[in-house]
Write a new protein. Structure first.
Length: 529
């Protein structure tokens, strides 16, 4: 935290309810004027309560941008090459992939600010609710605390050691003259776990008709993920790497099993598997907690734009994000999930017709980056790099970059993967194998149109290497690969294309230098930076 951002945050808090109040005022001209609306007389109906919650939920979209970039581009799943004059951006994207980022990197400050903005919005509502009575008050407070815990989860994952606001009774706002200190990663981990455990009973079993609302399922999915990563999340990061905390694999199994036994369902068949990422994926039965996107209202998902070419659809893609050859090559050619990649002749997604590059030649998405990915080597061509199209273009979009695909932060398939890995690490290969084969068996169907069933063959045995690969096949581009590589001791230890070497301390990001400077040194930098 810092004085500058704290003052800005307080200003945000003062005007937080303005959109909701405007909604109430415009629908009934007989209501009290703005000057007489207070927390005591505002939270009277379900509509007003949901309107007040909206800013806390809407911040998820802003948080997703930097969290996803930092989770993806630092791994072997994603690279953003320099293409001529495009995508160099001062070397920011390359610094992520090459593990050369510094505390001055804009993405790092962005991830810090967007998550703390979500926390501030949650704390503002919690402060209002301390002295008033509203319908389902306990459930509302639990929902807000759950969202706040999620924002802290992103900070725990990315930075480790961060300040806590709201961990003490009655603490909802920051005193600019008494800023909270940096807490250890283990302390933040325990705070998030305790919050989730405490609120669970006051939440509905599942989201109100969709995964867009925080629920018991969201709690259990978060806990399953956190417990799987407990050794990392509760450990201590030094300049030499992670001193791991205690493992919590049985707790991960228990939390994942609660979700699996809940009201969610795996999508059956390859077509349904792809549909869960489509622009019409609202209320998907596999989704547990999602970031909702409304393309028609300008609150859309831009993931489809990131990698596709300028000529891929009306308005144009951005021709940036790609994957590297060895990651693409890890996929079995017969696994339907390899269909998340676009390789070969590129098409226009509005018309289905082949497209050309800017020079008028056929545009071919190719595995190789013949001239490298940096300006020094000449940079990538328009067609270099396999593209990730897991979240397809919304052909009914009204404006470019505003696709209506919901983004699943947590979905049911991951719970099977978590349970499988935790069981295997505890020496239970039988249940682990059963869960992996459950996921593979549901991918039935003729994907390539050759008249044969493309269901992946069941595994006859399972190793941790198999688990890591299955997580890649299932969860590519869902911001899990960085976590996975860290947990498997491969994030800084292993090289891949265009990443040659790293340092052990890069398992967490640095505290943004702008935040440290503005705090007059109260915030401590992570070791090694």
């Amino acid at each position: 935290m810092n004085r500058l951002s704290t003052r800005a945050r307080l200003a945000v808090l003062a005007g937080l309810l303005a959109p909701a109040l405007g909604l109430a005022a415009c629908t009934d001209l007989s209501v009290d004027p703005y000057s007489s609306v207070t927390p005591e007389n505002f939270y009277q109906t379900d509509i007003e309560v949901v309107a007040a919650l909206s800013p806390v939920y809407s911040q998820l979209r802003a948080t997703l941008w930097d969290y996803h970039n930092m989770s993806q581009v630092t791994s072997d799943e994603t690279i953003v090459p320099t293409r001529g004059g495009d995508w160099f951006d001062g070397g920011d994207w390359l610094s992520l992939h090459q593990h050369s980022w510094t505390p001055q990197l804009g993405f790092i400050n962005g991830a810090w600010n967007t998550s703390y903005a979500g926390i501030a919005r949650a704390n503002s509502l919690l402060s209002d609710l301390q002295t008033i009575e509203v319908p389902n008050k306990d459930g509302l407070i639990a929902e807000i605390r759950g969202l706040r815990a999620f924002y802290y989860y992103t900070l725990l994952d990315l930075f480790g050691n961060v300040p806590l606001i709201g961990d003490e009774e009655g603490e909802f706002r920051v005193d600019p003259d008494n800023l909270p200190p940096t807490e250890t990663r283990a302390t933040v981990y325990q705070f998030v776990v305790d919050e989730l455990e405490e609120i669970r009973a006051d939440l509905p079993v599942a989201g109100a008709g969709n995964g867009g609302r925080f629920s018991q399922g969201a709690v259990d999915a978060m806990l399953a993920n956190i417990y799987l990563n407990a050794e990392v999340f509760s450990g201590t990061t030094t300049a030499g790497g992670i001193q791991r905390g205690p493992q919590q694999y049985q707790k991960a199994i228990d939390a994942a099993t609660r979700v699996i036994n809940g009201p969610y369902a795996l999508n059956q068949g390859s077509a349904a598997w792809f549909d869960q990422f489509s622009p019409t994926n609202q209320a998907d039965e596999e989704h547990i907690f999602v970031v909702q996107h409304l393309g028609a209202d300008g609150y859309g998902l831009n993931f489809p734009n990131r990698g596709l070419h300028y000529n891929s659809f009306a308005g144009g893609g951005w021709n940036g994000f790609s994957t590297i050859a060895e990651t693409y090559g890890t996929f079995d050619a017969d696994d339907p999930r390899v269909g998340i990649f676009a390789i070969g002749q590129a098409i226009n997604y509005d018309t289905g017709e082949p497209i050309n590059n800017r020079a008028g030649d056929p545009l071919i998405f190719d595995l190789d980056f013949e001239n490298g990915v940096t300006p020094a080597g000449g940079g990538a061509s328009e067609g270099d790099g396999v593209r990730i199209v897991k979240f397809p273009v919304d052909v009914n979009r009204e404006t470019n970059g505003n696709n209506s695909n919901d983004y699943p932060y947590f979905r049911l398939a991951e719970m099977y993967l978590i349970r499988a890995e935790a069981n295997l690490r505890l020496g239970n290969p039988g249940p682990a194998l059963a869960d992996i084969n459950m996921l593979r068996a549901r991918l039935s169907g003729d994907v390539d149109g050759d008249g044969t069933d493309d269901t992946p063959a069941p595994l006859t045995s399972v190793t941790l290497a198999d688990i890591l690969n299955e997580r890649l096949f299932e969860l590519t581009y869902e911001a899990r690969r960085r976590q996975d590589l860290i947990r498997f001791d491969q994030f800084t230890q292993r090289d891949w294309s265009f990443k040659n070497g790293s340092q052990p301390f890069r398992v967490v990001f640095p505290i943004p230098q702008t935040q440290i400077d503005a705090s007059d040194g109260l915030l401590m930098q992570n070791p090694g930076y």
